[in-house]
Design a protein. Structure first.
Lengths: 117, 101, 411
């Protein structure tokens, strides 16, 4: 399946993991950005990745808690960068090109790079 | 607008009739073509099967904070479950030559 | 299929089957109800085989571990609730395993319990940091094969084999008072929970992806689940039967985990005791690492982070920080001084409540032809899967009332 195929956004796209062209996990589809509105065409614009995507999906108090724990960062992945959609969303490029590995990089500063086989 | 702005919203006609809650959004060629509403949202999600009432996007008049307003008489077509081998009933069509056993 | 790899995989599953909860409940079940609960172990073992095989198959075909499926099928709200419940229950289980290991080391060496808990946590951190996934799994799993001493002890004490065999027939002992009947019901639910702990399925499916299983590994998956877990279950049943034969008639209630080791000491003396304690040590230590990793897998998979011990710790930083924090939290729970047996009770209770939400998405996905293609659940797998889902749902509903009414199985 590709973004141009007939697709059910809730049961076939939302909450799927994203895998970039290097095979790395780079988040989950937390929401979907649409362009347009009522009375005109509504288009699929981008996938939204990050805790900021929980805003419309959790009660306000839960989103506040998530914000305190994990922040409200949100990354937009344009649908043009999506190669296929099946049990995961496969991207055409590395996740870092889309700004998807920033939190991993930030966490990586805490990890010493020695000792592992 | 986001998908979460549509999902779980109540669908109401201009006449005030409530048709259900949005539990699925259909998309084709990158365009939203229909909303699905009605009961069984949890089952629909779990089983990924098609059930409920289909509202074409053209019938949507307004998207408000907690409801979506549609034309008074959107198409009544209820989507059946995915067709399987048993869905064909009645007269059998002329068959191909039967295999000899 | 490499026969050596397959054999090692099976042996790892055998040695890694028993954890502190099974140890405790098998010993107590045997001392209180004789052989009457053997059938529950057998029933639960078939259940864990069914779901493990499914989770391994989904990992190999859809390339998705269990928690990715859960979020996709349950949605964010219900998925978060399941994640939170699962993390809490597995955290308590991990704390129970660390406490159990510290107790066992205390028996073996006489060293203080608290010092051993801290030392073992440090050792686990070092193990997970240094060793690649396969070595972690194999080391503790294979060393857990010392547990075979319990099966050997059972043969040595020559129990009434007809009664032992009769224990495999589903039954409720006659002549029980209401309180004893409720306690029997509680043990039934607790054994199902202890054998079918959700962390086992999370770890097994994530392990399948760590080892890059594909459709060609279907047979490996099936044989490892069936033979490995089937044989592993015989060790737990041996502990129950030993307890029935040795502790029950003497009215000994094996309140502490170390009591189980006496089962091997009675027929084999000092060396039996040492081998039993070593077996328990490696089995429980392996379970401590498994529970910690399973929790880290769940969290990382739910939020879409890079995860896996096939990567170096700095290549999956958030996953690494997660398992480090979880181990430390488990240690903190142990250091509060709460009794290991209390931790075990709560671990079992929380886990059974989470089980239906864990297994339902797995069952649905394994039966979805769109994802699984030709490897979709057949009629038999589907029937068994749904039957066991009904069983665990009934157990989940009954668990809390039975826990309260029986004061955690103490009558």
């Amino acid at each position: 399946m590709t973004p141009d195929s007939p697709i059910k956004l809730v049961s076939e796209l939302l909450d799927l993991p994203l895998i970039d062209s290097e095979g790395s996990f780079c988040g989950i589809v937390d929401d979907v950005e649409l362009s347009g509105g009522a009375g005109k065409a509504l288009q699929l614009k981008a996938l939204l990745v990050g805790p900021g995507g929980y805003r419309g999906r959790l009660p306000a108090w839960a989103f506040w808690l998530v914000g305190k724990l994990a922040g409200d960062r949100l990354t937009q992945v344009p649908t043009e960068k999506v190669r296929t959609i099946h049990s995961a969303v496969h991207l055409e490029c590395p996740g870092r090109d889309l700004g998807l590995h920033q939190s991993e990089a930030a966490a990586g500063r805490w990890i010493p790079r020695r000792g592992a086989m | 607008m986001r998908l979460s702005d549509l999902r779980d919203k109540k669908i109401r006609t201009l006449d005030g009739e409530t048709l259900g809650r949005v539990h699925e959004v259909h998309c084709d060629k990158g365009r939203i073509i229909a909303l699905m509403c009605g009961p069984g949202s949890f089952i629909e999600r779990l089983t990924a099967r098609r059930q409920g009432r289909r509202i074409p996007w053209e019938c949507v008049r307004k998207v408000e904070r907690d409801q979506i307003i549609v034309t008074p008489d959107p198409p009544q077509r209820k989507v059946k479950k995915t067709a399987g081998p048993r869905s064909r009933q009645g007269t059998r069509r002329p068959s191909a030559p039967r295999s000899k056993r | 299929m490499n026969p050596l790899e397959l054999t090692l995989g099976i042996m790892t599953a055998v040695g890694g089957f028993v954890d502190i909860s099974e140890l405790v409940f098998a010993a107590k079940a045997g001392s209180q109800f004789g052989y009457a609960l053997i059938w529950v172990f057998a029933l639960a073992t078939v259940g864990i085989i069914v779901f493990s095989e499914m989770s391994g198959r989904v990992a190999a075909v859809a390339k998705q571990p269990v928690f990715n499926l859960m979020r996709h099928r349950l949605g964010l709200k219900l998925g978060l609730l399941t994640l939170a419940a699962s993390v809490v229950s597995t955290l308590i289980t991990c704390a129970a395993e660390i406490g159990g290991v510290a107790l066992i080391l205390n028996y073996l060496t006489g060293a203080p319990y608290v010092l051993m808990a801290i030392a073992m946590t440090g050792f686990f951190i070092a193990s997970i940091w240094v060793l690649p996934f396969k070595w972690i799994e194999r080391t503790y799993g294979l060393l857990g094969l010392f547990m075979i001493i319990f099966a050997t002890a059972l043969v040595a004490i020559n129990p009434p084999w007809s009664q032992f065999a009769g224990g495999f027939v589903p039954q409720v002992p006659k002549g029980l008072s209401t309180k004893e009947l409720l306690t029997f019901g509680y043990f039934t639910v607790a054994i199902i929970s202890a054998v079918m702990f959700p962390y086992e399925v999370y770890f097994y499916s994530s392990g399948g992806i760590e080892e890059q299983w594909g459709p060609k590994d279907m047979l490996t998956n099936r044989l490892t689940s069936i033979i490995g877990m089937g044989l592993g279950s015989t060790l737990a049943i041996a502990i129950l039967a030993n307890s029935a034969q040795l502790f029950g008639p003497a009215n000994v209630d094996p309140e502490i985990p170390g009591s189980a080791a006496l089962q091997a000491a009675i027929p084999f003396g000092k060396w039996g005791l040492i081998l039993a304690l070593l077996g328990m040590f490696f089995a429980v230590a392996g379970a401590a690492i498994e529970t910690c990793m399973a929790n880290a897998y769940s969290i990382a998979q739910f939020f879409g982070w890079i995860w896996g011990r096939h990567k170096k710790p700095w290549e999956a930083p958030r996953f690494t920080l997660t398992w480090l924090v979880l181990l430390m939290l488990s240690l903190v729970i142990v250091l509060t001084g709460v009794d290991v047996m209390v931790l075990v009770e709560f671990a079992v209770l929380f886990s059974i409540l989470v089980l239906p939400l864990t297994y339902l998405p797995l069952l649905l996905l394994a039966g979805d032809k769109k994802y699984m293609g030709e490897h979709v659940n057949g009629l038999f797998a589907n029937a068994l899967g749904w039957l066991y889902f009904a069983v665990i749902t009934a157990a989940a509903v009954a668990a809390l009332p039975l826990f309260i009414l029986t004061s955690g199985g103490n009558g």
